[in-house]
Write a protein that binds this ligand. Structure first.
Ligand code: KIV
Length: 262
């Protein structure tokens, strides 16, 4: 299993890092049998698993339950869990209780969004032995401030803000930082400026690693098809075909046969 310090070594050695979201036991078991380097129990589970319009309804209880399920399946993977909306903005003591619960559930690291207002908390977590992943650019928990799920860093001023945020996250002790939906040139500048690895999602090819949402990669999501999400499988069609084959055979009396009967 890879450990937090391995990822900076991978960046130094020019080895790209692959990260995938995972929310449940059965997909964790599949991912565990692959070469994927890191797993994120993302708060995107609010949308993908629970049908919400954004990540804001994710709760600490949900993140804990999903982390426990992922841990049972992805026994050989480095697991990062997202801290949900506002859970780390209610004062140091409450925020630490949240991290405590997530780490007890089996996470090896936590991820949180943005730098402003989080740096002291991040430094405290790192001093307390908890690896922290940062997240800048399109930070979905701030969807209402950003005015939607839109590319960030397109003006010079905002690009500078994102770059400085990433630098401050490194200074606070983050072991890596997610760059979401920013111009490829900005992804490259941040990656060159930082020692820690950058994990891109819609941040172009010149970053230290890439993350995708599992359900986007498998083609299971027909509601939301972001430009950056490459589909490696038409999972939706495959699954629908299998279910319709079952339905067809049940209705024709072709299933079960003797092989499936006692
Ligand atoms: O919640 C999530 O899945 C994420 C990734 C898309 C980076 O934050």
């Amino acid at each position: 299993m890879r450990k937090a310090p391995d990822f900076e070594r991978m960046k130094n050695d020019g080895l790209p890092i692959s990260v995938i979201t995972c929310y449940d036991y059965w997909s964790a078991r599949i991912i565990n049998q692959t070469n994927i380097d890191m797993v994120l129990v993302g708060d995107s589970l609010a949308m993908v698993m629970h049908g919400h319009k954004n990540t804001i309804p994710a709760t600490v209880d949900l993140m804990v339950t999903h982390t426990e399920s992922v841990l049972r399946g992805a026994t050989d993977k480095f697991i990062v869990t997202d801290l949900p909306f506002l859970s780390y903005r209610k004062g140091m003591s409450q925020a630490i209780d949240v991290v405590h619960r997530v780490m007890e559930a089996g996470a090896h690291a936590v991820k949180l969004e943005g730098a402003a207002g989080n740096l002291e908390f991040i430094a405290h977590l790192v001093e307390s032995g908890i690896p922290v992943m940062g997240h800048v650019g399109l930070v979905p928990q701030s969807v209402h401030v950003l005015g939607g799920f839109k590319a960030q860093g397109v003006t010079e001023e905002n690009a500078e803000y994102i770059l400085e945020s990433a630098v401050s996250l490194e200074k606070a002790g983050c072991f890596s930082v997610v760059l979401e939906c920013i111009p490829a040139t900005l992804g490259q500048s941040i990656t060159n400026r930082l020692k820690i690895p950058t994990i891109g999602i819609g941040a172009g090819p010149h970053v230290s690693g890439q993350i995708l949402v599992l359900h986007d990669l498998l083609g299971l999501n027909d509601e939301f098809k972001p430009k950056f999400a490459k589909q490696y499988l038409n999972g939706l069609d495959l699954i629908k075909r299998a279910l319709n084959d079952f339905d067809d055979e049940v209705k024709k009396g072709a299933f079960p046969t003797d092989i499936h009967s006692f």
